[in-house]
Design a protein around this ligand. Structure first.
Ligand SMILES: [Fe+2]
Length: 292
């Protein structure tokens, strides 16, 4: 049994004030429940899609992976146990904080907290309303978005997500980062989103290179581009179109230093017909560095 989607992601952040502006005024996520440890943000009917945890790490702190069902949740636990992968049961306090019926916690080979859960809370009685006027975010069966992780031990990380959790290769991109340094980025899906997870086998100051939120239309992305200056957000790339998922997007710097990709119009992957390919560039056009 495989993971159904990236249900939520959590960042440990040091500058709560800057992140509030970033999340609400720039990205247009809706503030949800909060306590003295965390603030939750909504992108849709779910109670939480992003958690900001107060701390000094300024990196991704956790990923929440959704099981497709109660039986799927039990099957994933059995599969992990059979592989000798240890996990702990989430207590009532953690279930309430994450707004889920049940969850387990484990660490991936990078030391990142992975939470596998079922039964997320939906707040259809309190409809999503973007404070920045984003028409909607593309979530549903494609989950919250995608994360791109960097690790020197990519074999171990790949083994965890592919062999133990059922992520499937979508394609690869070869990137020449310097005249004598090239890497191959690996893109993995667990539902029709082209990639929920991408892996870069390289040393990096943070585990997270970027996370991606997909908006409903090109106009939503354009309005977000226009909001950057007023929100004091630093643009990292121009608008561009990726070669593999064909996402039209731009990159901006979060108050924690890692990046966010704001995009639209990514193509879906269907396992019955999809063929794994390789690309020699990350972008068809655009995505040029800004202010580098
Ligand atoms: Fe991306």
């Amino acid at each position: 049994m495989s993971i159904a989607s990236l249900g939520y992601v959590g960042f440990e952040v040091s500058d709560a004030g800057a992140w509030k502006i970033f999340m609400e005024d720039f990205l247009g996520l809706m503030r949800g429940a909060e306590d003295n440890e965390q603030v939750s943000y909504r992108m849709d009917e779910r109670a939480a899609r992003v958690f900001l945890l107060h701390g000094s790490r300024d990196d991704v702190a956790l990923v929440g992976l959704e099981a497709p069902s109660v039986t799927g949740f039990e099957a994933i636990k059995a599969s992990l146990a059979a592989r000798g992968v240890s996990f702990t049961q989430g207590d009532e306090d953690l279930k309430a904080k994450r707004h889920v019926a049940d969850l387990i916690r484990l660490k991936d080979p990078m030391g990142l907290d992975v939470e596998i859960y079922y039964g997320p809370t939906e707040l259809t009685n309190r409809p999503f309303n973007s404070p920045a006027g984003v028409s909607s975010f593309c979530t549903g069966d494609q989950g919250a978005g995608h994360v791109v992780l960097a690790s020197e031990d990519i074999d171990a990380v790949r083994g965890f997500y592919v062999d133990a959790l059922g992520f499937r290769l979508s394609d690869t991109i070869g990137m020449k980062l310097a005249p004598d340094f090239s890497i191959t980025l690996e893109f993995y899906h667990c539902n029709p989103r082209h990639h929920t997870l991408a892996l870069a086998g390289m040393p990096a100051p943070k585990r997270l290179h970027h996370f991606m939120v997909e908006m409903a239309s090109l106009d939503d992305v354009g309005f977000a581009l226009d909001r950057m200056a007023a929100c004091g957000v630093r643009q990292r790339t121009t608008l561009g179109k990726h070669t593999n998922d064909q996402m039209v997007s731009f990159y901006a710097e979060t108050p924690s230093g890692f990046e966010v990709e704001v995009g639209c119009a990514g193509i879906p992957v269907h396992d019955e017909t999809w063929r794994v390919t390789h690309h020699e560039a990350a972008s068809m056009w655009g995505h040029k560095p800004v202010g580098a």
